[in-house]
Design a protein. Structure first.
Length: 316
């Protein structure tokens, strides 16, 4: 792993503040873990050995791509976040970020008010390996009227999350995010075995599944930079694929235009770009989000860049 954090310019993106919530001060750790199912990337990326760029975040995706045989560059505009990724990729532990702190408060409220969301009962649900039984238990025991009331208070406009988030991020959250998230959770437990779904363990329990190993990815190159600037400065066609997490959740249209242009510059024709969003899907549907083992995302797009030809979506 590259021991130096290469400096770079920062563009006008709210991610550069290093804060999901309001308040003042310097950047903070946002994510102690990652909530993106890197199985999507492994399904759509070129064969191992390819040169790929990802958002560093907490290091999980970078480690998975490195383990699969890719040449990985991991970029993050938040120096605190990048330091955490560097520590984790060297086998270090998980620290609580802002996202985990917010989810911990929500899980604590659910456990106090709803018996089926207490640790023992929740762990029993997460150890299930049969999606049909999981779906039944979700409907009958977990997705109760009490949960619905609690999620409405927390996740609707004017609720606790919307009030706490910085305005640029609050505007991305769907108006009825409580209903959207419940649908996404039901889709996930109906499709994927809980016991082998670390993303569900992280979201619902704030834990890794039993026996989960520490990350170890000594070959990942870490770069402290805004992802648009990093792509603009890369050699033309220098990457075979990029995965950009949900970097477009929050920034405005100018940033999105710059990002599209930078991706077309840095990724070779025929290469792949993956992007996620918490937004609700439009007429084109959720894309890979319907297959993603993480319940968080409303849309996951995988696009094959065409060079002179039109870009083409890679559908599941």
């Amino acid at each position: 792993m590259d021991g130096d954090l290469d400096g770079g310019r920062v563009s006008g993106t709210p991610w550069a503040r290093g804060r999901l919530l309001g308040g003042f001060g310097g950047p903070r750790l946002l994510f102690g873990r990652m909530y993106e199912d890197w199985g999507v990337e492994l399904a759509v990326f070129p064969p191992p050995g390819a040169r790929v760029l990802c958002i560093a975040s907490a290091g999980d995706t970078a480690a998975a791509l490195h383990a699969a045989g890719y040449e990985v560059t991991a970029v993050d505009v938040n120096p605190v976040q990048l330091t955490h990724a560097r520590e984790r990729l060297a086998g270090g532990g998980i620290r609580e970020g802002t996202a985990e702190a917010v989810m911990r408060l929500g899980r604590g409220a659910a456990a106090r008010l709803l018996p089926s969301w207490r640790q023992r009962e929740l762990h029993g649900f997460l150890r299930l390996d049969d999606p049909a039984e999981q779906a039944r238990r979700w409907r009958e025991e977990l997705d109760t009227e009490g949960l619905r009331r609690l999620m409405r208070v927390a996740l609707r406009p004017g609720g606790a999350l919307a009030v706490a988030l910085r305005p640029s991020f609050a505007g991305v959250v769907p108006t009825r995010f409580d209903e959207a998230l419940r649908r996404r959770l039901e889709r996930t437990v109906r499709t994927h075995p809980n016991a082998r779904n670390p993303w569900l363990w992280r979201l619902l329990a704030g834990e890794e599944p039993p026996g989960a190993p520490a990350l170890w990815a000594p070959g990942v190159r870490l770069v402290c930079d805004d992802v648009v600037h990093a792509l603009e400065q890369a050699p033309r066609g220098g990457y075979d694929a990029v995965t950009l997490s949900n970097v477009l959740d929050g920034p405005g249209a100018d940033f999105a235009r710059r990002l599209r242009s930078a991706v077309r510059h840095a990724v070779r024709p025929g290469g792949v770009a993956v992007v996620r969003s918490v937004r609700e899907p439009g007429p084109d549907g959720p894309g890979w989000a319907a297959q993603d083992r993480s319940a968080l995302w409303g849309v996951v797009r995988a696009v094959r860049l065409g060079g002179a030809a039109p870009d083409r979506r890679i559908e599941p």
